[in-house]
Design a binder for this molecule. Structure first.
Ligand SMILES: Nc1ncnc2c1ncn2[C@@H]1O[C@H](COP(=O)(O)OP(=O)(O)O)[C@@H](O)[C@H]1O
Ligand SMILES: Cc1cn([C@H]2C[C@H](O)[C@@H](COP(=O)(O)O)O2)c(=O)[nH]c1=O
Ligand SMILES: [Zn+2]
Length: 197
């Protein structure tokens, strides 16, 4: 998928792919799948994640099913170009936690002939667009939206509902703190919460 690099084979063509969706929707698994295939194709691959994402591992990118790939944690998007050598493919996980500079960084890498694959939450726990993801969706050549299963009703989930009492935008967690919900179940939960407050 997305490996076609034809028309002018002398000039390396770059592009941006974004994998987005709620928590537990399979973003990290899909990112790892694409990166492992690129490695099988003997392409030079580098993976970055924000330093704050220490949920499963300090270094590796790890999915909820413990599928994993080695990565380089960085404090800010500006560190990414400094660590690039002659990569063919660059993967970025948990991109919602990066600063807005990530949009320019991804475009710069793609302009330099690199395939950039970004995975991240499109919405925060309140249902608002999250960090640099909306702008990346607008500039990407390829967008994949994946879905979890709503834990209330079994429909497709596009929301990450926070079940703990914390209003900070950034709060690391998994099933202890978040539930994937569909639109209807998310709306019901939030109406109920607003009535209580
Ligand atoms: N409610 C759910 N819906 C779908 N997958 C779930 C759910 N709860 C747990 N999972 C597991 O999460 C895996 C996806 O993990 P991951 O790729 O890390 O997701 P993401 O990066 O989008 O949070 C699924 O393959 C599945 O095994
Ligand atoms: C919705 C939401 C999530 N987070 C945190 C919780 C997790 O640590 C990550 C998302 O990880 P996943 O690979 O997509 O499961 O983000 C947050 O800090 N704020 C939020 O609003
Ligand atoms: Zn539901």
């Amino acid at each position: 998928m997305f490996l076609e690099n034809t028309i002018n084979p002398k000039k390396k063509k770059g592009w941006i792919e974004v994998i987005c969706g709620s928590m537990f929707s399979g973003k990290t698994e899909e990112l790892i799948r694409r990166l492992k295939r690129a490695k099988i194709a003997k392409q030079k691959v580098e993976i970055f994640k924000p330093e704050i994402d220490t949920r499963y591992d300090e270094i590796a990118v790890v999915s909820h099913d413990y599928n994993q790939i080695h990565s380089t944690p960085v404090p800010a998007s500006a560190n990414i170009p400094l660590l690039i050598n002659d990569e063919d493919v660059v993967g970025i996980d948990e991109a919602q936690f990066f600063d807005m500079g990530l949009v320019a960084v991804c475009n710069q890498l793609a302009n330099n002939g690199i395939r950039v694959i970004v995975a991240g939450l499109d919405m925060d726990y309140t249902g608002k667009p999250f960090g640099p993801i909306p702008a990346l969706l607008a500039t990407a050549e390829y967008v994949t939206k994946v879905h979890a299963i709503c834990v209330n009703c079994g429909n497709l989930a596009n929301h990450s509902h926070r079940i703990t009492d914390n209003n900070k935008l950034v709060m690391l967690g998994e099933t202890d703190s978040y539930q994937p919900l569909c639109r209807d179940c998310f709306t019901l939960e939030n109406n109920f919460k607003n009535k209580k407050e």
